[in-house]
Every structure is written in C-alpha cells, then in structure tokens.
Write a protein that binds this ligand. Structure first.
Ligand SMILES: [Zn+2]
Length: 339
C-alpha cells in the first residue's frame, strides 16, 4: 500500500486530538529538519564564498575606454539578429503563449537571444506534488520544497503547482540560460558556483514587474536586489548584465563604492535567504544588510543615487522605524558621553 494512503487511512480512524498530535509531530520534525538543513547549508555557503573571495583578484574599475566601446559596437553588429521574428516562427507550448507575448513586449530585443534559442525545445512537465512530498519525506536532507524548477542542462521546466507566476519565473530562467550559466547563477573556473541568491532575486523582481504580480517569491532577495539596482546609473545596465550572464558588471559597479569583501558577503547572504530559511535570524540579517548597503551607497557621494536608494529603502515602514531606532541609540550614546 502507498505510504500516503496508509497514512490517510490511519488518520481517518483516529480520534481528533490524536490526529492533531500526529500532525504537530510531523510539523515539528519538518521544521527542525529544515533548520538543520539550513545550518549545514550555511556553513558550506560560508566556506564557498571564502574560497571565491580568496580566488578572485583585486577588483579594479572596468576599462571603459574608447577601445572597449569599439569592440562592443563590432560585437553588436555581428550579433544583430531578428529575435522577435525567430520567436514568432516557433511553435510555442500552449501554456507559454501568453507569457511569451507579454515578455517579448517588455524586454529589449537584444536580450531575447536565449529566449529565441531555448523556446524551440523547452518542455514543461507537470509533476505530482504528493509524490514529490513523499520523496521529500523519505530524504529530509534534500533542499526545501520548490513550487517549480528549471533544469538548465535539459531545458525542462518542472511544475509542482498550477500557477502562472511559478511558470513565468521558470520561463525567465530559461531566457537567461546559455547552457553553462543561468542569469547571474554561474559556474566559476574555481569549480564553485556563484550568484544563486542574486539570480533568484533578480529573476523574481523581473517576473513581478513584467507580469504585474502583487506578491513575490524570495521576498528578501527581491528587496535586496531592488536596492542593488540603485547602484547603477541606469537600471537597464543590470538588466542587460542579467540577460548576458555578466556578473562582472555587477561586481565592478558595486565595488565603485563597496569592497570585495562586502560584495561576497552580500552574495553569501542572498544565497542563505534562498536555500532554507531560519526565520528570526534571516529577519535580522535582512534589515542589517539593507542598512549596510545604505552605508555603502552613501560613499558614492551621488545625491541622485542616494535619493533613489532611500526611496526604495523607506518604502518599507519598518526601515523608517529602524532608522529612528538607530538615531535613538546614537542619542543615548551621546548623552552618556555628556554625563
Ligand atoms: Zn528560480
């Protein structure tokens, strides 16, 4: 007999309070396993980012002289393709038609390269969530539950729930897949992956903007990426970098004001928010990280950028309170000194 069926049958024959007790037990086991998984994962994240931090050389400002511009120009001429017409000629899976239509209208044509390439043979597989949950229960050491998953090696989208928001998120992953890398999620030459959390944050931010969803997945990652966007002279620069798997541009732009250490710390935190949450710890980390970025952007001495950053930061009323909280701490210290 199926484990789940046996479980449901057993539950039906039990008195109500016993039912609650068993479910609470499963819930507590689930939560404690999640936290154990997250702690283990965070240790690995820390080591991985330390290794990458040590492997990457000094970050100097990106060479933006005339020579680079000529190369870019040549590259653009050689690479010029009519992606919209290529996409129009593809027999698009029924579930993706509306998504592709909206996406194409909202993204610059030069950024549709991998969309045109991967849309030809993408497959959507509707998965059985009960089976997925059973697999999960049989191996709690596995990553937490996902509503959808994009396999960049096989170009397959797994869907565990019937949701347009999940499908369009995975579709954006497909549009940034060049077979080696996916958006900002890159395989480095140091045999370590980098940028998972940054990639999820930017993917979901675009998903929310393009398809006008009210809520988002990975809310902490999205919140941080919105702030990171204000580091750029033009938000489109970050978007272009995303669609061409160009994490270097992000590092260079960040390190105009921040240090290499601060950048790797940012990536490590974003990865932590993505793989297995530790709720209270993450809540504190999330707000600390936002004020850390505030401190960094202030070093730019560019009033416009600082203003844009503040507009995003203080959209969250809690940050307004935290800011006042910080000035109260400051006042307290001052008054102590005066005494
Ligand atoms: Zn994703």
């Amino acid at each position: 007999m199926e484990i789940i069926q046996a479980y449901i049958q057993a539950l039906n024959s039990l008195p109500f309070y016993f039912f609650i007790a068993i479910n609470s037990g499963i819930f507590i086991t689930y939560i404690s396993n999640q936290i154990n998984f997250s702690i283990k994962n965070r240790k690995e994240n820390k080591l991985r980012h330390l290794k990458l931090y040590r492997s990457v050389g000094e970050i100097k400002e990106k060479n933006n002289n005339k020579f680079t511009k000529i190369i870019e120009l040549l590259f653009k001429i050689n690479d010029k393709q009519d992606y919209i017409n290529i996409i129009k000629a593809i027999k698009i899976p029924e579930d993706l038609k509306e998504i592709v239509n909206t996406f194409v209208q909202n993204v610059d044509e030069k950024n549709l390269k991998y969309c045109a390439k991967n849309l030809k043979n993408v497959k959507i597989e509707n998965k059985n969530i009960i089976k997925h949950f059973k697999d999960y229960l049989s191996n709690l050491a596995k990553p937490p539950f996902n509503a959808g998953f994009y396999h960049y090696d096989t170009n397959i989208i797994d869907l565990f729930i019937d949701s347009k928001q999940v499908l369009s998120h995975e579709f954006i992953h497909m549009c940034t897949n060049n077979k080696d890398h996916c958006g900002f999620n890159l395989n480095t030459r140091f045999n370590e992956k980098i940028g998972l959390g940054l990639n999820e944050g930017y993917t979901e931010l675009l998903n929310q903007r393009i398809f006008k969803y009210k809520h988002c997945a990975y809310p902490k990652n999205v919140g941080i990426v919105k702030l990171l966007e204000t580091f750029f002279d033009d938000p489109k620069d970050l978007q272009n970098a995303f669609f061409s798997n160009d994490l270097d541009t992000v590092i260079y732009q960040f390190c105009k004001y921040g240090t290499k250490e601060e950048f790797f710390n940012l990536l490590e935190n974003l990865d932590n928010f993505t793989t297995g949450p530790i709720p209270l710890k993450d809540f504190i980390k999330y707000h600390k990280l936002q004020f850390k970025l505030y401190e960094i952007i202030k070093r730019s001495n560019e009033p416009n950028k600082i203003q844009n950053f503040e507009n995003v930061l203080f959209q969250n009323p809690l940050n307004q309170i935290l800011k006042n909280g910080f000035s109260l701490i400051h006042l307290k210290q001052t008054s102590k000194r005066l005494k």
